[in-house]
Structure formats: structure tokens, C-alpha cells
Design a protein around this ligand. Sequence first.
Ligand code: GRF
Length: 226
Amino acid sequence: MSFALGVLISGSGSNLQAILERIEQGHLQAEVKVVISNQPGAYGLERAKVYGAPVRVIGHKDYPSRVDHDREIVSVLQDFGVEAVVLAGYMRLVSKYFVQQFPRRIVNIHPGLLPAFKGTAAQQQAWSYGVKLAGATVHLVDEFLDHGPIIIQAAVPVLPGDDGQRLARRILTLEHRIYPQALSWLAQGRVQVENGRTVLRPLDCAPADITALGPCLINPGLEAGF
Ligand code: GRF
């Protein structure tokens, strides 16, 4: 059975597209049940339609409070039978209520090496600060901004001649690889949280294999297809 995802976007949706591509290629055993945008003009809605994913627009300005907006989103996600919520360029902080409805089942991608450079324009923040390595983080979501147990990170060097935008483009290419990979681990039930840290469980081995070969090997890097 495939892992039922609901993807929340606000803009371009290139991460959404990367996820849909990996699903289509058979590398990620998941299904995007619904794509929800808080922005009616989000280009990601068009990308979703190309892949036949159902879309909904739920504008935050139509609701009196954050939690009212989140209640509507949660109810749509539940109607679609969503098991995990993927924040992919969703430019809203989710409420505690939202987090409680999907405990350890909401993921976010941030274009920075957390815990550094939280918030918007993380790539520009990193470049302006003068760091020599920048990158991206996929993490489980709690009610705090860009916070929660980290699943995977990837880094790129900051090159001479870079500016915030060039750096952002290079980071985005990596985002498109690590987000589907993190979702694949979640779909396989391999992401375990221990004392606020995630631990990647090995793929289950048949008992006969364990006897013959010893413990499974874990590759902490990207697997084939990601
Ligand atoms: C990405 O850089 C992501 O890390 C951040 O917002 C951007 C969204 O890009 N949270 P896209 O909409 O997936 O193209």
C-alpha cells in the first residue's frame, strides 16, 4: 500500500514536482492525495495538475485566525485520507492544533543547514553571513519555526562569484533529491525519533538473512534513484 501524502504549497512547487517525479519513476512508494495552496496563483497548482494530483486553494485571508485556517486544511487532508503532510514551500507557520492532528507526520524542507538561518531567505542570510558551506534540511515539524527532529541534510560549498540567488539555485537542486529521499524513509517506517533526534532504522531483514549475514547495512547517504 502506498503512503498517502498531502502537500502544502504557497508558490512555485518545484519540490512538489520532484516528489511527483520520483513517485512516477517508482522510486518513492507514495501517492499525493491532494495539493493545497494558501495562494490562489501558486504555480505549483499547475504542476500538480500535470500529474493528475487533486488541488485545493484554501486562502488564509478568508479565515479569522490561523487555527481556523488550519482546521479547514486539516479537514480536507483527513477527507483525502492523508497519512503525512509535506510542507513544500508553504509560507505559513502551522499551529499547535495542526501539529497535534498529525503527530510526527508533518515534514518541512528548509533551504539552510538548521539550526542556522531560520525563517525566510535563508540562502541570502547564509551568503551575507559569509558561511563557506550552505545547504538544506528536511525535518519533522513541531509548532516552532523551522524546528523539529532533522531527517536529512545536504551541503554545498559557497563559491567565489556566488550571490544569494546563485547559491539558492544550487541548494534547490539538492532539495529536489533529499526531500523525496526523506519521504521514502518515512514511507518505509524507518524514521524513529529518540530524545528529539531521528534515527534511521535499517530496512527489515528476514530472520534467515540476519542469521546468515549479521545486521543489515545502513547507508546514511542517498539511495539509488534519489
Ligand atoms: C524551497 O527553497 C524550500 O526549501 C523553501 O521554499 C522553497 C520552495 O520552493 N521552504 P518550491 O516552491 O518547492 O519551488
